[in-house]
Design a protein around this ligand. Structure first.
Ligand SMILES: [Zn+2]
Length: 389
């Protein structure tokens, strides 16, 4: 038996150790949440606005993200492209940023959000051993990005309900999906921060008269909706043509119909609640597979994993994987080429609403040069071209 004095001493030491561990991790969490990613906007940008310009309730909140607007010298159609719906899918925000840093619009208008749900990019999944940051090599040095989660940060939205009742359909969804930016469309004016953010984007779509809406994602190979374009029923002609052309020229990509009875997703609700045609792209991201091995930055960026490969050998996956993995350049390359081909098809179907762009590389160029090649050095441009994400 330990005597009373020894017991008290053990308790005191345990408390001190706990406080030290909490303080050290607290500092890490704080640094991650407040880390700013500099973006060098293309010299052809016409306006950089805030999401709160479309819904004032978001002003000074974590989700008041930048809205980059590129207008051509000739009128045409308007496309809104968003990255960062799920910040644990880096192929999405990297693609949106690559386009923002390189785009020139000749006809029509392109609007881009890099981090559509900023809150979810300020938290990771420590319990799943997620890295806090990832790093991309560029010709001028290493660029650092926040890794994020699928759901908004509980610091911004808490507590979750017992059951999440989707607005306005009334469909019952999993409780934590009230913080999932792709289960809360079309949003709610007086809802949670996530629902308000969707609502703000719906206001933007209305005010900017958006014709075409594109939501970028990545998916685990165990998930059937992968390497595909999911389309609202009003966009199936464009999505099917884009899939056919890319599959015969650059890489295989499928096309699927948005289910009519599954609510809260962008490809369903944006199409149902606005004039815009809505599409969602999925690239393969082995990091998200449950059977993965060591969950680190290397897996995030190379997409190489022996356990996921093993699952493939047993026929448990919906996408192929070999020792080459699914590197980030391939995943971003797929997204940029899908975006460019979608616009080409759009212009065929809607010649009165042409959207003519240049400056954005295609799949082959991105995998040859690497995504980092397309990011500019923030210390080499005038300050008014640098924005924080
Ligand atoms: Zn996603």
């Amino acid at each position: 038996m330990l005597n009373k004095k020894t017991l008290v001493a053990i308790k005191m030491v345990s408390i001190c150790l706990s406080v030290i561990v909490m303080a050290l991790s607290g500092i890490d969490f704080y640094k991650h949440r407040n880390y700013k990613e500099p973006v060098v906007v293309s010299e052809y940008v016409t306006q950089v606005r805030k999401l709160s310009d479309y819904f004032a309730d978001l002003k000074d909140t974590i989700n008041d993200c930048n809205i980059y607007i590129f207008e051509g010298s000739e009128p045409g159609g308007t496309v809104l492209l968003i990255g960062g719906t799920h910040p644990e899918e880096p192929g999405a925000n990297l693609t949106a940023e690559l386009i923002v840093e390189n785009l020139r619009v000749k006809k029509g208008k392109v609007i881009i959000a890099i981090r559509a749900n900023r809150s979810a990019s300020t938290v990771t999944r420590p319990g799943d051993a997620y890295p806090q940051f990832y790093h991309i090599e560029t010709p001028w040095g290493v660029k650092k990005f926040r890794m994020g989660d699928r759901w908004s940060n509980p610091l911004d939205s808490w507590p979750d309900p017992e059951v999440y009742v989707h607005y306005p359909s009334g469909q019952l969804l999993a409780y934590m999906d009230i913080r999932n930016f792709n289960r809360t469309w079309p949003g709610k004016k007086d809802g949670t921060i996530t629902e308000k953010t969707n609502y703000a984007f719906m206001q933007l779509i209305e005010k900017e008269k958006v014709d075409l809406f594109i939501d970028l994602h990545e998916a685990e190979l165990e998930y059937p909706v992968i390497s595909t374009i999911v389309s609202h029923q009003r966009g199936v002609d464009i999505a099917a043509m884009t899939s056919m052309i890319l599959s015969s020229t650059e890489f295989k990509i499928g096309m699927e119909y948005s289910p009519k009875e599954l609510h809260g997703l962008s490809h369903r609700e944006v199409g149902d609640h606005s004039r815009a045609i809505s599409l969602l792209y999925e690239s393969p991201e082995p990091f998200l597979d449950r059977v993965r091995g060591i969950t680190d930055e290397k897996l995030l960026l190379t997409g190489k994993d022996p356990f996921v490969m093993k699952a493939g050998q047993f026929g448990l996956l919906y996408e192929k994987i070999d020792e080459n993995g699914w590197p980030i350049d391939v995943r971003v390359g797929r997204h940029v080429s899908t975006f460019l081909t979608t616009l080409e098809m759009w212009n065929e179907f809607y010649p009165d609403l042409t959207i003519d762009v240049e400056g954005v590389p295609r799949y082959k160029e991105v995998i040859t040069k690497g995504v980092g090649y397309y990011f500019r050095n923030p210390s080499e441009v005038p300050k008014n071209r640098v924005f924080d994400e």
